[in-house]
Design a protein around this ligand. Structure first.
Ligand SMILES: NC(=O)c1ccc[n+]([C@@H]2O[C@H](COP(=O)([O-])OP(=O)(O)OC[C@H]3O[C@@H](n4cnc5c(N)ncnc54)[C@H](OP(=O)(O)O)[C@@H]3O)[C@@H](O)[C@H]2O)c1
Length: 373
């Protein structure tokens, strides 16, 4: 091909017709995924499952606060299963294996930020069987986990040699995350330190991060201990702190740090860390984000050592984040961008290691190639 020819790269797997997409759950991720589907040239929204009874029967536009979309939300899983659709973006509060298997058996591909990033093959027999029965594909993605903890570290690792350590780390103000159920029940804020440290949800939360760590270990070829270690720390409020789960009173958990680490002879080789703080004031210990502020980092230690800092995934202010949090929008976008590639993939669970490079799509207002939609 000569320069100046306008052909699209052959990796773009867009179908000739728009792909029909269902949104499952309309929390922060779900609403952003709907926006992403509506603006994607190759996708069409055809259905929407909601958990909340008061959302049943309403137009999706009402749930987004926009003009009518022409798709009515339903609490009926049966209605969704009966729909003719290519893919479901599955983003409920917590994953339900049976629900996902039913969607896959019905022939719908599933993209989700709630698990299956790099699952243990011994634990996903039923899901693989559902994929085989429905000829469908399941892809787990997101940003953290599901992007910053494995996809981008793996990409960065390609420019380094003799790698000794890979680190992915989040520094976020959780006052900007308007998902009280996730903050209270999944991230275990607002209770006593004992409750937080013993929370069974830490295992669920950690399963995605541990999977990311295992993916990097496997692809880079570290001979690591198969057990990915989890270290937890908490900081408590020293004064009342306003948060999306209400006021956090002194003595209760207002910041959390997790490290998930793969070790070779006791030495970390792959680490995923989160620093989740309800602001930088009134914490004991007095944790903070440091001079670089909120961010995500990916660092590969090798020859040469390289470091990538992501800015822009956190909102400018707490108030802005509660209206529309860019990290949540990015999580949704990573799901939506994957849809054409997942629909085109072979049936089964497909990870970043199986799929081609996933890209976003041009905005219509700057001019789109006609064959991109
Ligand atoms: N991998 C990543 O990077 C990443 C990033 C952010 C979030 N996440 C995960 O994505 C999921 C959604 O996050 P979010 O920020 O959208 O949370 P959210 O705003 O709390 O939304 C969750 C939605 O799930 C539905 N729901 C509530 N209770 C439920 C229940 N008992 N059973 C089934 N569904 C229920 C509701 O849907 P309706 O409103 O439709 O009724 C709710 O709006 C969470 O599991 C979160 O941990 C992953």
């Amino acid at each position: 091909m000569t320069d100046g020819q306008a052909a699209l790269p052959s990796v773009q797997p867009e179908a000739r017709r728009p792909l029909k997409v269902v949104q499952w759950a309309t929390g922060g991720v779900g609403r952003a995924a709907i926006e992403g589907v509506l603006s994607h040239p190759a996708l069409e929204l055809v259905g929407c499952w909601v958990h909340a009874a008061d959302k049943h029967g309403r137009d999706v536009g009402d749930l987004l606060g926009t003009e009518q979309v022409g798709v009515t939300a339903t609490t009926s899983a049966e209605e969704i299963l009966a729909l003719d659709a290519d893919c479901v973006v599955y983003s409920p509060l917590v994953p339900n294996d049976e629900e996902v298997a039913a969607l896959l058996r019905s022939g719908k591909n599933v993209v989700t930020p709630v698990g299956w990033i790099y699952p243990d093959p011994a634990k996903v027999g039923a899901i693989e069987a559902a994929c085989a029965e429905g000829g469908s594909t399941l892809h787990g993605t997101g940003i953290h986990p599901g992007g910053i903890t494995e996809r981008f570290p793996l990409m960065l690792s390609a420019v380094s040699a003799r790698i000794t350590h890979v680190r992915a780390e989040e520094f976020s103000d959780i006052r900007t995350y308007g998902a009280p159920d996730v903050i209270r029940h999944v991230m275990a804020f607002g209770g006593t330190p004992e409750e937080a440290l013993a929370s069974p949800m830490a295992a669920l939360l950690g399963s995605g991060f541990r999977a990311s760590v295992r993916m990097v270990v496997a692809e880079l070829g570290f001979d690591a201990d198969p057990h990915v270690e989890t270290l937890q720390e908490v900081a408590v409020a020293t004064a009342p702190i306003e948060s999306p789960i209400g006021v956090i009173e002194p003595g209760l958990v207002a910041a959390r740090r997790f490290h998930w680490r793969a070790l070779v002879d006791g030495v970390p080789v792959v680490t995923a860390t989160v620093n989740w703080l309800m602001g930088e004031e009134h914490l004991d210990p007095d944790w903070g984000f440091g001079p670089e502020g909120e961010r995500f980092e990916v660092e590969v230690t090798g020859d040469p050592s390289v470091k990538l800092t992501f800015k822009g995934l956190q909102p400018e202010t707490v108030e802005a984040g509660l209206v529309r949090n860019p990290g949540i929008v990015s999580t949704a976008n990573h799901c939506v961008s994957a849809i054409p590639y997942v629909v085109a993939a072979e049936p089964g669970i497909r990870t970043y290691l199986d799929l081609p490079l996933i890209a976003g799509r041009a905005a219509p207002e700057v001019g789109r190639h006609p064959s991109s939609g």
